[in-house]
Write a protein of this length. Structure first.
Length: 269
């Protein structure tokens, strides 16, 4: 698999960073995940880390080197992550169970599968347009779907923080079957928290991606999101993948060529 990864995380105007992002890969499959701990519940950052860690553990156990059923894997892995947060809260005798939203994606055999809980988002961008994106599990999204408010007003709406599903909540999440798409060369996958996507209009998101390098695009978009959010800037996380569907070089070809730049995105505070 040939791809480039970039991760950008910022604390914004918050006292701490409750986002968590990570990825893992075999030579034939890749897992991406971004979680956004819910600040209204104690320990949101813990829930985010547990959730992503649980997904990574599941991927490591089942990707040998590919996943038999990526869509089913994501749905079941999100359920296990939810249970892991509850197990932690019981073991630590916490007064309330920490919660997090999450978006996750598997790339395998030149396809992407994704699923999410809450309002962490995935965008698939192709040829300068949004080819697909997740649908938020929020009260405001329900208003948008009903035609009561336009999408542009969702982030600033009074109920924008009212999430209908979360890992760690009192009931098990129902993320649904998720979605999938065949990847084409230069496709972009963006997994992000609402601190990133919320302040950005779709047109700004697409314009910001039109930079010479993926790193420059992600930094420019993060700057714009922080500037537009101003004093209300939330934790911001975006994990971006640019796909190249060209066949991987043989070991001899790779050794003969100049070593390509490979970005490994780990958690940043």
């Amino acid at each position: 698999m040939n791809y480039a990864l970039e991760l950008e995380q910022r604390k914004g105007m918050r006292a701490s960073n409750q986002d968590y992002a990570a990825h893992d890969a075999t030579d034939r499959a890749l897992l991406l995940a971004v979680a956004d701990g819910m600040s209204g519940y104690h320990g949101g950052e813990i829930a985010a880390e547990i959730a992503v860690g649980s997904l990574l553990h599941s991927f490591g156990a089942e990707a040998r080197p590919v996943l038999a059923e990526p869509a089913a894997f994501l749905e079941h892995a999100l359920g296990r992550a939810h249970a892991a947060i509850h197990d932690y809260a019981r073991a630590q005798k916490l007064p309330e169970i920490p919660r997090t939203v999450i978006v996750s994606c598997v790339v395998q055999d030149s396809h992407a599968w994704w699923n999410h809980v809450g309002d962490a988002r995935l965008y698939l961008v192709r040829n300068g347009r949004v080819e697909a994106q997740t649908r938020d599990h929020t009260a405001v999204q329900a208003l948008v779907d009903a035609g009561e408010i336009p999408p542009e007003q969702a982030y600033a709406h009074a109920d924008s923080s009212r999430v209908l599903q979360a890992l760690g909540g009192p009931t098990a999440p129902e993320p649904g079957p998720g979605a999938t798409a065949s990847l084409q060369a230069q496709d972009l996958l963006l997994l992000c928290s609402d601190g990133f996507w919320g302040p950005l209009r779709t047109s700004q998101l697409l314009e910001g991606l039109d930079r010479p390098t993926l790193r420059q695009s992600i930094l420019a978009l993060a700057d714009t999101a922080e500037r537009r959010a101003g004093a209300h800037a939330d934790n911001l996380t975006v994990l971006a993948l640019r796909w190249d569907n060209a066949p991987s070089p043989s070991p001899d070809e790779a050794e003969a060529a100049l070593a390509p730049t490979q970005v490994h995105a780990d958690r940043q505070s």
